[in-house]
Design a protein. Structure first.
Length: 642
């Protein structure tokens, strides 16, 4: 397959208007593109690859992305020595070039913003030299990188453990191991527009011990922003029209992430920036203000369709409902109005006498005997006020909602405010429960494993409240930084469907085992109102690596002898760069042996064809990948789910 640039050049040369002295007239091409010239558009639409790259499919109608097209035509000549269109600084821009000019539409600019960062770290203590693929200059590589991937090692976990899977369903829970950017683009083919909530706790880019963003390059901050941008853009496509996004983040990247999320989701769709107290005592090793909280950003895909549930009734609020009858718990509220607009002359229709029989506890509008006491809505100062309901409503509701008590030498009428009629508390911008703490999170996970198995886990009680306000039973929840699996464990117990993505090696030893224990009936970690008894299942699969597997082996090697063994297998099985002649490398073995271990590793990684890091689903039947018929069949079944 020829590069997209060459294919575009060949296609454009078919239009004689665009060719001058046997060369393409770049300015003319850009001019016609900006004018949406029919001839040019027809030419581009006639080529499937060009159509996919320069047009957006909107419900079957192809819309020309003239900005991307113009950049593609122009940038190659203007950027001969740079791999990014953005300057080596971070700041606000109004037009992609000029900083801090007056404009109502502002975006964040940083180096490598116009690139895709794969982000292939698999070990917590590993650092990687990442490749940045420029969106304009390397569309072929990016298209291949983000094409849906073949999945392998499918298993189904239930109460009987792990076993082979016979069929797939969109109602299954899924755990996908592998690079989350590639996993998201693969999931998009099946679950686009189906996710109700995306909750993520991404790796932090901090200066402290909590820095889990271990990528070895000189633009750590810029890399983090590119890393997040790539993932949030595709994540948005997975959300339902009324879907929500929640991101946990500390102060180090809060402002930048907020602007980035505003740009991707729209500032108008920002629902709130909440503070979650996770260390009530504060982190005492901080230089100035001991950190006691982290932040949680909430965004809607479409704010006009967004809705939040309440948190239910808190333990503190529950104490108010201290009375109980045959209909349930309730609290008392005075039936007589008070405050403004409560006087008889202001609402005369709500002023009327009630008659109460203390012996029979009968309460009526008419006096039916000498034992009935007349009760009027007059306060202690003798001011005639009024009741909360009119006579008709009173008669309909009195049996279930009215109670009379004798207090301070008089009979007083009360409304029973029932627990079931109380909608619960709206989530505030400060989330402050003791069970949200990191100490609680670590303790809950330690109870499951009888030892500390994970650093900085999230509190299951916090995740339970996030799910409570943003989802309902049966809704689909996605977490593509699954970590120890807290989101999946809580979602499983609360009756939500979930998809987890995790590329770190602790997935097998922590995340999967935790979910298995949940299926077996492991208790704790959610609100008391959920009585978990165990059950359910989830499907596990892995993004299929090819050259990426060799990269991991090279990085793990601890001797030159081990690297030599890997090189022998690479010559037999790996896809090598066309620029490398293995025969020449072998002939120069003595020179190669002089290199340090790290230099040899760097060389072997460089000779691998980066376009073959993973196996694309579209190439699943290629014999070079050696995928079995059963493996091919499982992939076909999965990707045909709709």
């Amino acid at each position: 397959m020829q590069p997209l640039r060459d294919e575009l050049k060949t296609t454009l040369q078919q239009d004689e208007r665009l060719v001058i002295d046997d060369n393409l007239a770049k300015n003319k091409i850009v001019e016609l593109a900006l004018k949406l010239d029919k001839g040019l558009l027809k030419l581009l639409l006639g080529n499937d690859r060009l159509k996919d790259h320069f047009f957006e499919d909107v419900d079957g109608t192809y819309v020309f992305d003239k900005q991307t097209f113009q950049k593609f035509i122009s940038n190659k000549e203007f950027l001969p020595d740079s791999y990014t269109a953005f300057k080596n600084k971070i700041g606000l821009s109004a037009d992609g070039e000029n900083y801090f000019v007056k404009s109502n539409d502002v975006s964040l600019i940083w180096p490598y913003k116009d690139c895709v960062l794969e982000g292939g770290q698999t070990k917590e203590d590993a650092k990687r030299n990442e490749i940045f693929w420029n969106e304009t200059l390397a569309p072929d590589q990016i298209d291949r990188l983000l094409d849906p991937k073949a999945l392998t090692n499918f298993k189904k976990f239930d109460k009987d453990g792990a076993h082979e899977i016979s069929e797939f369903s969109t109602d299954d829970n899924y755990v996908i191991k592998g690079n989350n950017l590639l996993a998201l683009h693969s999931l998009k083919k099946v679950f686009s527009g189906k996710v109700k909530l995306i909750y993520i706790d991404p790796p932090y880019n901090t200066r402290g011990a909590a820095n889990t963003f271990a990528y070895n390059n000189s633009f750590n901050h810029s890399s983090w922003l590119t890393f997040m941008k790539n993932r949030l853009e595709v994540a948005k496509k997975l959300l339902k029209k009324d879907g929500l996004l929640a991101i946990a983040i500390d102060h180090s990247e809060l402002f930048y992430l907020g602007i980035l999320a505003d740009e991707i989701f729209g500032r108008e769709n920002r629902m709130g920036v909440n503070a979650v107290v996770h260390n009530p005592g504060g982190r005492q090793d901080d230089n100035f203000f001991p950190t006691a909280h982290e932040n949680m950003l909430f965004y809607a895909k479409n704010i006009s369709q967004a809705k939040l549930n309440t948190l239910g009734i808190s333990k503190e609020k529950l104490k108010e409902f201290r009375y109980k009858d045959s209909l349930g718990r309730y609290k008392l509220r005075g039936f007589r109005r008070s405050g403004s607009n409560s006087k008889r002359e202001e609402r005369p229709g709500l002023y009327y006498p009630l008659y109460y029989n203390p012996e029979t506890e009968d309460l009526k509008l008419e006096k039916e005997g000498e034992n009935y006491v007349k009760i009027l809505p007059t306060d202690g100062n003798g001011i005639e006020r009024c009741w909360r309901w009119g006579p008709e409503t009173f008669m309909k509701q009195r049996a279930d909602y009215i109670e009379v008590k004798y207090k301070n030498d008089e009979y007083k009428v009360y409304i029973k405010e029932r627990e079931k009629d109380y909608d619960g508390e709206k989530p505030k911008t400060i989330w402050d429960k003791s069970e949200y703490s990191g100490q609680t999170a670590t303790h809950e996970l330690k109870k499951t494993f009888n030892e500390k198995v994970f650093s900085y886990p999230k509190s299951p009680y916090l995740i339970a409240d996030v799910l409570k306000i943003s989802t309902n039973p049966g809704d689909l929840v996605l977490d593509f930084f699954a970590g120890s699996g807290t989101t999946g464990a809580v979602a499983h117990k609360m009756g939500r469907q979930y998809i987890l993505c995790e590329q770190m090696d602790y997935l097998e030893g922590v995340t999967l085992k935790r979910l298995q224990k949940v299926i077996e009936g492991e208790q704790g970690g959610i609100s008391e109102e959920v009585e978990w008894q165990g059950g359910g299942s989830f499907v596990y699969g892995e993004v299929m690596e090819f050259n990426a597997a060799f990269v991991s082996e090279i990085e793990d090697a601890n001797s030159k002898e081990a690297l030599q063994t890997i090189w022998q297998r690479m010559q037999e099985n790996a896809f090598l760069s066309y620029k490398v002649d293995p025969k020449t490398v072998n002939e120069e073995k003595e020179t190669f042996d002089v290199f340090s271990l790290n230099e040899q590793k760097q060389f072997l990684v460089e000779v691998l064809d980066k376009n073959q890091l993973y196996v694309n689903y579209s190439e699943i039947e290629d014999e070079d990948y050696g995928i079995s018929e059963d493996g091919q069949k499982q992939n076909h079944q999965f990707y045909k789910l709709k």
